[in-house]
Design a protein around this ligand. Structure first.
Ligand SMILES: Cc1cc2nc3c(=O)[nH]c(=O)nc-3n(C[C@H](O)[C@H](O)[C@H](O)COP(=O)(O)OP(=O)(O)OC[C@H]3O[C@@H](n4cnc5c(N)ncnc54)[C@H](O)[C@@H]3O)c2cc1C
Length: 406
């Protein structure tokens, strides 16, 4: 074995488990350390774009994802008052990908699929729960990782991958910045069993309004017809318990859907949670034997569904390079290439598109709003322009552009 110690991955989220699977399928020894007692179940990302579906299919979880996920070939931009403004059909990119749709599947349904696949096909990977990492020290020939919690341990890894989310201890060990900003509002995501499809909603939609803008997504439930997730902004000054109160959520949903014919008087709610949203990218993605990926490396608002996808794409890109390094290739140029392929693209594509999407649907100036929505409607109607738009929004262009950087 070229290295004495395993590759340590901190975090059993989508980034950590995807990297573990890619490395494990190549036969590399991996130890995943997860702070929580099991996989996390909170409401987070739930939309997979075509390149990410291709990558996860190559890792052997595509069938499971399709068995549970909902294929969404069309998405809409709507004005809260006037209804549908633009409709984009991913059928226009059917010659570019075998998966011309968004696959809606919440990440808490993906991570058990990744874990099952690890157990079935990657015997060199060990996943430890209840293993909160307290510190990481980067050494010349490896990393020292200190685990706290009920079973403290001092571990050595040949490399460490920080798949440990926005507050990454690995990013802190690298000592890099996490530049960007935090949006002032807090997002609330609520899911309802009321089927918005019956009111003409496509499986994914963005509702534009200066105050009551929202994102609407259909996601799988325990059985048909699925759940509808509605995310909208809330005032961060209002205590969380108050914004999460059913009686506060009902009027907000009623307002967002005020002009939808036939909407119910009351929505049956299944879940609700709130979260703060940031736009930040780390100053560098590696230092010596420590590397970051996913939310540890970059975070963005959810409008466009890029966070989870970018995280999986990082994990796949990085793992391929670590396999080469494990097999004798020079580490520094390959990790530098990982940084150059993934960092600028995140700033240029993910950060730019997610900020643009948010600004478009929350625009306060009626004239600017009218003009932006009219431009989008025109783009959606023209198949050439619509395809070009979809190549960006579905992340095909950014993945291809990253791959072309040598
Ligand atoms: C509330 C919320 C809602 C979101 N909604 C959307 C959305 O609608 N659309 C979208 O595209 N994106 C969304 N995102 C972003 C998306 O969920 C993330 O991009 C994605 O989870 C990144 O995966 P990850 O594995 O890098 O990080 P995470 O999913 O955060 O996983 C990190 C894992 O590391 C573990 N961990 C952390 N620190 C340690 C430690 N010191 N030791 C051991 N383990 C540790 C955590 O317990 C966790 O399991 C949302 C994020 C949040 C927080």
């Amino acid at each position: 074995m070229p290295f004495d110690d395993p590759i340590i991955i901190i975090g059993a989220g989508p980034t950590g488990l995807t990297a573990a699977l890619a490395l494990g399928l190549a036969g590399l020894p991996v130890m995943v350390l997860e702070a929580e007692p099991g996989l996390t179940h909170d409401l987070r990302a739930g939309s997979f774009h075509p390149p990410t579906i291709e990558m996860l299919t190559a890792l052997g979880v595509g069938d499971a994802m399709h068995a549970t996920g909902i294929q969404v070939p069309i998405w809409q931009v709507r004005d809260r008052v006037e209804g549908v403004v633009a409709e984009f059909d991913l059928g226009l990119i059917a010659d570019e990908t075998p998966y011309p749709y968004r696959l809606h599947l919440e990440q808490h349904r993906l991570t058990p699929m990744l874990l099952d696949r690890l157990q079935e096909a990657a015997p060199t990977v060990e996943v430890r729960f209840n293993a909160p990492v307290e510190s990481v020290a980067i050494e010349d020939d490896g990393v020292a990782v200190s685990v706290g919690g009920g079973e403290p341990a001092a571990l050595r890894g040949s490399w460490v991958i920080g798949g440990d989310g926005a507050r990454s201890v690995v990013r802190k060990a690298i000592g890099t910045s996490f530049d960007g900003f935090t949006w002032p509002e807090r997002f609330l995501v609520a899911s309802t069993t009321h089927d918005l499809g019956q009111h003409g909603f496509a499986g994914a939609g963005y509702i534009a309004d200066p105050d009551d803008w929202a994102a609407v997504f259909k996601v799988p439930d325990e059985g048909p017809p699925g759940l509808w997730r509605i995310a909208y902004p809330t005032d961060p000054e209002i205590p969380e318990a108050e914004v999460l109160d059913q009686e506060a959520i009902q009027p907000r949903l009623a307002k967002i859907l005020e002009h939808v014919p036939g909407k119910p008087d009351r929505f049956e709610l299944k879940y609700a949670s709130t979260y703060r949203v940031h736009q930040r990218v780390a100053g560098r993605f590696f230092q010596g034997r420590a590397i970051i990926a996913g939310d540890a490396a970059h975070i963005n608002n959810p409008l466009g569904g890029f966070g989870l996808n970018g995280s999986v794409q990082d994990a796949v890109n990085l793992s391929a390079k670590l396999v080469e390094i494990w097999n004798g290739a020079d580490a520094e140029p390959l990790l530098d290439l990982y940084d150059r392929q993934r960092r600028p693209i995140n700033i240029k594509a993910v950060q730019a598109m997610s900020i643009r999407n948010k600004k478009m649907i929350e625009e306060r100036d009626p004239e600017v709003r009218r003009q932006r929505l009219a431009e989008l409607a025109e783009t959606a109607k023209d198949p050439v322009k619509a395809k070009a738009y979809l190549m960006n929004s579905s992340m095909i262009n950014s993945v291809r552009e990253a791959a072309s950087i040598t």
